[in-house]
Design a protein around this ligand. Structure first.
Ligand code: 2AM
Ligand code: CA
Ligand code: CA
Ligand code: CA
Length: 283
């Protein structure tokens, strides 16, 4: 395929260019990681690539918009509490960029080719731009509030599937096992028997992009942070889909437990998760 050509302007162009440059760098470093460290647990990984790429994206954004705020995963202390506190501070800013330099670090480390760069812009509390770039497939997903969502200039649309039994659903297993594992096991037990299949690729952002593009019919995951979801949420909404938390309540930038779908099968997912022995977690 031809390289992605930036036809957008302003904020969106800056986000696309940053995601493209970051993605190229990440791909060039696959298999060459020098510093592999852990954060909250042995499953929660970070490399010099995550940190370096985040710095690069910061520089690119600040070159254009020196007074904008940037909330990036690797600029925040590990763990859910620190993420929530950082968001509370960050959301005061009029222009807030939310950056996940590598979404799918475990995949990147293992050479499993399913990871992406995720960049969102929130203006006065409203999700305005969302860009997700998959450097392996060279797929650039772009959403602009009120203007739709595109992949390489072609509009993306959620699937039209309205039969839960014929649905392909994605989910995620975040590394915080103590918290997420009981929820995931119960959710899986409730949902898998009702549907066509489950996929768990290990990148929250890319799964959201796949809901937007109609490649899966729905997706759920608990224990996420703003940088995992923000860009993908706008992609899904601008592609005609629906986003709530796992109890069916409206999405907010601080929502950690997320359900995304084409809209048609949304209630099946939410009610299955409610029915699961999955209600022990705090929203
Ligand atoms: P990451 O690769 O950017 O860290 C996998 O199910 C998803 O969970 C990925 O999107 C991954 O993002 C995210 N994730 C990674 N560490 C996490 C953590 N400590 N808590 C919650 N989610 C995490
Ligand atoms: Ca991480
Ligand atoms: Ca992430
Ligand atoms: Ca990350």
């Amino acid at each position: 395929r031809e390289p992605y050509v930036v036809t957008s302007k302003g904020h969106t162009a800056v986000a696309i260019n940053a995601a493209a440059k970051a993605g190229e760098w990440i791909k060039s470093r696959q298999g060459l990681v020098k510093e592999l460290n852990t954060k909250t647990s042995a499953q929660d990984l970070v490399t010099e690539v995550d940190k370096g790429v985040e710095q690069m994206i910061r520089r690119l954004i600040l070159t254009h918009y020196p007074d904008h705020a940037i909330l990036g995963e690797e600029g925040v202390s590990p763990g859910a509490a620190a993420a929530t506190a950082a968001l509370e501070e960050a959301r005061e800013h009029e222009y807030l960029w939310i950056v996940d330099p590598v979404d799918g670090t475990t995949n990147f480390v293992h050479g499993f080719p399913f990871y992406c760069v995720s960049i969102a812009l929130v203006i006065r509390g409203e999700l305005t731009v969302g860009v997700i770039y998959d450097p392996i497939r060279d797929e650039m997903f772009v959403a602009e509030k009120g203007k739709g969502a595109y992949m390489h200039g072609v509009p993306t649309a959620v699937s039209t599937e309205d039969v839960f039994g014929d649905s392909l659903i994605a989910m995620g297993f975040p590394p915080d096992r103590e918290f997420a594992q009981p929820v995931n096991m119960a959710g899986l037990q409730s949902i898998l028997p009702q549907i066509r299949g489950i996929r768990a690729g290990g990148s929250a952002a890319l799964h959201l992009a796949y809901v937007a593009a109609g490649r899966v019919d729905g997706y759920w995951e608990v224990g996420l942070s703003p940088w995992d979801c923000a860009a993908g949420v706008l992609l899904v909404l601008e592609s005609g889909g629906r986003i709530t938390d796992t109890l069916g309540r409206p999405y907010d930038i601080g929502t950690r437990h997320i359900v995304a779908s084409n809209g048609h099968i949304h209630e099946y997912l939410v009610s299955s998760l409610k029915n699961a022995e999955a209600t022990g977690y705090k929203l």
